[in-house]
Design a protein around this ligand. Structure first.
Ligand SMILES: Cc1cc2nc3c(=O)[nH]c(=O)nc-3n(C[C@H](O)[C@H](O)[C@H](O)COP(=O)(O)O)c2cc1C
Length: 207
């Protein structure tokens, strides 16, 4: 039995492709893994705040030395990290925004990447504290196409960033499904959506 943390990041509701596809994955997964639990977080509709000066002061103050104000400033971050650590697998729905990730996801990443909680710095460099057996699935939605071998492949700052920052905190097993070409005409869109759905079905079987 695993605990899945399912996170959507699109501000759109019914029109969101990443939201529909992450939902399709989690629903199919639950059909074949009925004992698993799912924790859902909707960053698109309920974004977490940006880190501020009190947050930064608190993050670099040992817990037992924090004032009540500093403890309060870091409370949500601690809760988000507890939630992340309690999960065994992660499913993200992530639109491409301006070649990268939406600010909703960046604000979340800033809350959960914390020295002493999700990574440490030592003589050997950086070490992620999340167990490397944990797996992430990231389903992206994109108006254009940036797949390897296409003219704008180098513009993809979304997959490399997510891979790197997740790896930084220990999540190195990351599968991507890209629903791309969504704004490149009906044929391209339908073909891409069908391929993304096929990929979802494969991951449900093999993940
Ligand atoms: C602010 C904004 C920036 C976008 N930037 C890109 C981009 O850089 N590359 C791209 O292919 N599509 C871009 N798009 C298109 C979205 O990735 C596409 O519409 C996607 O389906 C949005 O995800 P959603 O359907 O889950 O809301 C952008 C859309 C918005 C609203």
């Amino acid at each position: 039995m695993a605990n899945i943390l399912h996170i959507d990041t699109s501000p759109r509701g019914d029109r969101s492709i990443s939201r529909a596809l992450s939902y399709e994955f989690v629903t199919s997964w639950k059909n074949t893994h009925s004992g698993d639990t799912v924790t859902y977080r909707d960053l698109g509709r309920n974004p977490v705040p940006h880190v501020d000066e009190s947050w930064i002061a608190a993050a670099f103050t040992p817990p037992d030395a924090r004032t009540p104000e500093l403890a309060e400033a870091i409370k949500l971050s601690d809760a988000l990290i507890d939630e992340l650590l309690a999960a065994d697998r992660y499913v993200f729905g992530v639109p491409m925004y301006n070649l990268s990730i939406p600010s909703t996801l960046k604000a979340y990443i800033d809350q959960i990447v914390r020295v002493g909680r999700t990574f440490v710095m030592g003589e050997d460099g950086y070490t992620g504290l999340i167990d490397s057996s944990k797996k992430a699935l990231v389903i992206t939605s994109r108006g254009g196409t940036f797949l390897p071998g296409t003219p704008y492949a180098a513009y993809d700052l979304q997959e490399p960033y997510i891979r790197t920052i997740f790896g930084f905190i220990g999540i190195t097993d990351v599968t991507f499904i890209h629903a791309d070409s969504l704004n490149l005409g009906d044929d391209a869109r339908e073909k891409s959506l069908a391929a993304a759905k096929d990929a979802i079905a494969q991951v449900v079987v093999n993940w």
